[in-house]
Design a protein around this ligand. Sequence first.
Ligand code: BMX
Ligand code: ZN
Length: 315
Amino acid sequence: MYYIGIDLGGTNIAVGLVDEEGKIIKKDSTPTRTEREYPEIVKDMAMLSLKVIKDAGVDLKDVKSIGIGSPGTPDEKNGILVYANNLRFYNVPLRAEMQKYIDLPVYIGNDANVAALAESVAGAAKGLQNSVTITLGTGVGGGVVINGKVYSGFNSAASEPGHMTIVVDGEQCTCGRKGCWEAYASATALIRETRKAAKEHPESLVNKLVDGDLSKIDAKTAFDASRQGDKIGQQLVDQYIKYLAEGLANMVNLFMPEVIVIGGGVCKEGEYLLAPLRKMVRERVYTQEIPLPDIKVAQMGNDAGIVGAAMLGKD
Ligand code: BMX
Ligand code: ZN
């Protein structure tokens, strides 16, 4: 059997036809254009799904289900996306709307939860019963796999580690609280800190790398400057990894997964990020006397959303 996986993001809708092993047979994407009303967006999702199935030369009756991964809070039971502020989706009946076009079971899940499922089925945590996947992007997303299943609480809203406090009364978070991990360890937070440092230290390499245009600063800028030996770049990266490690140590203390998988744009820094991160996490975990989880880079890349969403329909 085959499964449709849909990665519903703020920028693009990516749809893939996935086989039993989590391999993508065919995929396609289209801009989300979030300024539109949800019925139009869902119609695009359905039409693209039918196109991908047709392009793959697969019969609709060989497709078992459709899975949708999206940032925000899904009501998995009723197939409703309760809240996704960057899509301006509030209580959107995703399942019912999709089934107007395709008569298949429709499952929905949080983007980081499905990324965790994808890493666990076919990626960096393949074959492991217990893993945690953290995505470092616009926000900090998290998915916890326990005994092979993604844990999402009684109301499917659980596993939002981005919103655990690491600094009391710290930076303002988009969720309304202050000092959330996401406000320090997301790509957005790193960009904010890099801009601040660039303003304070106009002579630094951080400024030169963007020709003095602070709007060009992205999550790579501080890492690039640091790799070239720039002091400000190094300070930014050290500080960022420290905050990342604080939250990861909390995750280790709570779940003791066999592996922690780091995904999202920032994970592209690879060992330059992971080597100091492993050390800092180890120092912060409550005991060093036991075997501790390894920290690995995600393997599914941009396909994690599609594959994980597709796997929501697998028994
Ligand atoms: C936010 C939250 C999470 C999401 C995480 C990563 C919303 C809309 N999002 O913490 O549900 O998993 O961001 O999202 O409430 P991304 O946009 O960085 O992929
Ligand atoms: Zn928050």
